[in-house]
Design a protein around this ligand. Structure first.
Ligand code: SAM
Length: 335
């Protein structure tokens, strides 16, 4: 169920289908220190020029407006890879002063060194992407030899008190689908929730094919054959959650392709260059940076934010004839 209207919120973000938006993803950079094969080409990414990327002050202003006027209650920092943005803890400290649940999604490559500083600055929780536990496969998949760093990073996040720590696994047939059970086992042993993600058509090239999507049904069948599961009632989060019957935690699946959750979507996204989007798959950006830099008042920014949410469509239409892939990839929008 999407969030309920809060009487205290001056201008709640309600779209034409009645969905209330309380969750914001902020991409702080389009750059990344990995080159995951399902996400980006090895060479040739065109990075945003520095001056096009929102400054911390600009991010603070937009986030503050969205929280105070529009009822945003959770913010997740992402990218690209958010930890490659210089002085990230400074931004975290600014945003942590807002009444929000503040989280980060990261590939974990440098988390072993940055987790304590981020936690100290006010970050509450973290999702770490980890698609394989096999060193050679990790190097092939990310085009970086850093599995050990990521595993250390997950431990460092737990140690720093970031809670919960979740691990995100994009499952691609023929790439890592044979590791679903091993990754679930890893999560159980480390006390972290693993969330398996169906591969979406948002790669930087034309690599995505429907038959490489490993469905939620298949993922659950494989896990449950070894670790029996039962469903947990769904909230507004994208993952469907399942509890291990032996009490050793839970696992989630984000089935954007086979079981879209658009009806419950309560999320908006701000790209690193200040474009507001009402859906990962939107074909339309709403330019906040231009307005911000040409002296827009808060009221005018709020009008633009409401126009974006008002134009949100019912759902993303993956797999239907009318589906059109967005111009920008996941890493350029902010995953
Ligand atoms: N660099 C950070 C990270 O690795 O978590 C944050 C950005 S990344 C784009 C966010 C998440 O999107 C990661 O878990 C990544 O695996 C996932 N992702 C990237 N491309 C995807 C795709 N085409 N379909 C599904 N998930 C994807």
């Amino acid at each position: 169920m999407s969030a309920l209207l809060d009487a205290e919120v001056a201008r709640p973000l309600v779209d034409s289908f009645g969905r209330v938006h309380t969750d914001l993803r902020i991409s702080v950079t389009d750059r990344c220190n990995f080159r995951c094969t399902y996400c980006m080409p090895e060479e040739g990414m065109q990075w945003l020029p520095r001056e096009e990327v929102l400054s911390f002050e600009e991010l603070e202003r937009i986030a503050g407006l969205l929280v105070r006027q529009h009822g945003i209650r959770s913010i997740r920092l992402t990218g690209g890879e958010p930890t490659v943005r210089a002085h990230l803890p400074v931004l975290v400290r600014k945003l942590a002063s807002l009444p929000v649940d503040l989280a980060l999604t990261t590939n974990g490559a440098t988390l072993h060194s940055v987790a304590p500083g981020l936690a100290e600055a006010g970050l509450r929780r973290v999702n770490v992407s980890l698609d394989t536990l096999q060193p050679d496969r990790f190097t092939e998949l990310t085009r970086r030899d850093q599995l050990a760093d990521v595993l250390l990073g997950i431990d460092a996040a737990l140690e720093a008190g970031l809670s919960p720590v979740k691990v995100n696994v994009v499952v691609v047939r023929g790439v890592n689908d044979d590791e679903v059970v091993e990754l679930a086992r890893y999560g159980r042993s480390r006390g972290v929730t693993v969330r398996f993600i169906e591969w979406m058509p948002l790669d930087g090239g034309d690599a995505w094919t429907g038959d490489q999507v490993v469905t939620q049904a298949e993922i659950l069948q494989r896990i449950a054959a070894v670790f029996p599961l039962e469903p947990i009632a769904r909230g507004s989060e994208p993952a469907e959650r399942f509890r291990y019957l032996d009490g050793r935690g839970e696992v989630g699946v984000i089935a954007s392709v086979t079981r879209p959750f658009c009806e419950q979507c309560d999320r908006i996204r701000l790209t690193a260059d200040g474009q507001l989007r009402s859906c990962l798959f939107s074909l339309e950006d709403h330019d906040l940076r231009g307005r911000l830099r040409s002296g827009a008042t808060d009221h005018e920014l709020s009008d633009a934010i409401e126009a974006c949410v008002g134009a949100k469509w019912a759902g993303h239409a993956i797999g239907q004839v009318q589906f059109v892939k967005p111009r920008r990839s996941m890493s350029q929008i902010g995953g």
